[in-house]
Design a protein around this ligand. Structure first.
Ligand code: NAD
Length: 283
């Protein structure tokens, strides 16, 4: 595919780089947790596809590194900026969305920031402060992102918008290796996403939840470390015999963000290599 130029709805001429096809041409997108595994891969894909991308994360250092990588990989990226934001703080989320309002309002938000704390455990052993921290980031952070995205979409009279919230397969299947606060938080993400999808459907705003299976990203891999039995206990459940890659999630997010998924709304969008459909897996 060669390079090409087109006019966006806002009249600017964008160059479509030789990898992307301009599937998000001229759209303004926010990605939270943008410096992490899934977030960065998604920002790279969004930028390749012609979106203006606001990369948001709690860590400024990690954001600087991630945005440099993006600009190196996608030199034709139209507009890429960073915003330090703790998604558990409403004022910070409001400021993040107001930043993109100065570009003409949000079209896409990927509420993806999340934590899985090392001290998260079962009903007996999970400390209350870890429960509260997990809900504050994983649930309240998603709520604030949805709330301020809707306000921005309305402010700019947008006829459509795509909101994608990161949940997890643990919201769908029980795990004997518990992280109860994390599991509860991801179940809440599924429920709130589904309800918002119905509430805002007539406004043209779509809400879908991404349900990734365990991945090769720092969030899980740092936690597994060199512990082979701990790793095997999880790998065995994959029909494919492997963890997923962040780019495989990012490709699904791109689809949900784009108009190609215009009739997909309120879904638990599972990207798991068949894990949640498996009983006995191949040896
Ligand atoms: P990651 O740890 O690589 O990235 C998470 C990012 O979120 C980090 O850059 C971190 O700095 C940022 N973050 C943490 N707290 C924040 C806050 N309060 N405000 C803003 N940013 C904050 O993890 P990842 O694997 O890319 O995970 C992304 C999402 O996918 C998370 O919601 C996670 O729960 C979910 N998920 C991951 C897996 C997996 O196996 N990696 C599986 C299922 C779901």
């Amino acid at each position: 595919m060669g390079d090409a130029s087109r006019s966006s709805s806002r009249g600017k001429v964008h160059t479509i780089n030789s990898i992307g096809m301009g599937r998000l041409l001229g759209k303004n997108a926010i990605v939270t947790g943008a410096a992490g595994g899934i977030g960065l891969e998604t920002c790279i894909l969004f930028a390749k596809e012609g979106a203006n991308v606001l990369m948001a994360d709690i860590s400024e250092k990690a954001l600087d590194k991630a945005s440099s990588k993006l600009k190196e990989l996608v030199p034709s990226a139209h507009r890429v900026e960073i915003k330090v934001c703790d998604v558990s703080k409403e004022e910070a989320v409001k400021a993040m969305v107001e930043h993109i309002d100065s570009w003409g309002g949000v079209d896409i938000i990927f509420n993806n920031a999340g934590i899985m704390h090392a001290d998260d455990d079962d009903a007996i052993n999970t400390p209350e402060k870890i429960w509260d921290l997990t809900q504050a980031i994983n649930v309240k952070g998603v709520w604030f992102g949805c709330k301020h995205a809707v306000l921005s979409l309305r402010k700019f009279n947008k006829a459509k918008g795509s909101i994608i919230n990161t949940a997890s397969v643990v919201a769908l299947v029980g795990s004997a290796t518990p992280q109860l606060a994390y599991t509860a938080s991801k179940g809440a993400v599924l429920a709130l996403t589904r309800e918002l999808a119905i509430v805002h459907a007539r406004e043209g705003f779509r809400f879908n939840a991404l349900c990734p299976a365990p991945l090769n990203t720092p969030l899980l891999q740092d936690w597994l470390g060199d512990d082979k039995p701990k790793r095997l206990r999880r790998e065995i459940h994959f029909p494919s015999g492997r963890f997923g890659e962040a780019i495989e999630q990012a490709n699904a997010v791109l689809f949900l963000a784009s108009d190609e998924s215009s009739f997909i709304n309120g879904q638990d969008f599972v990207v798991d290599g068949g894990m949640t459909k498996a009983y006995v897996t191949p040896e």
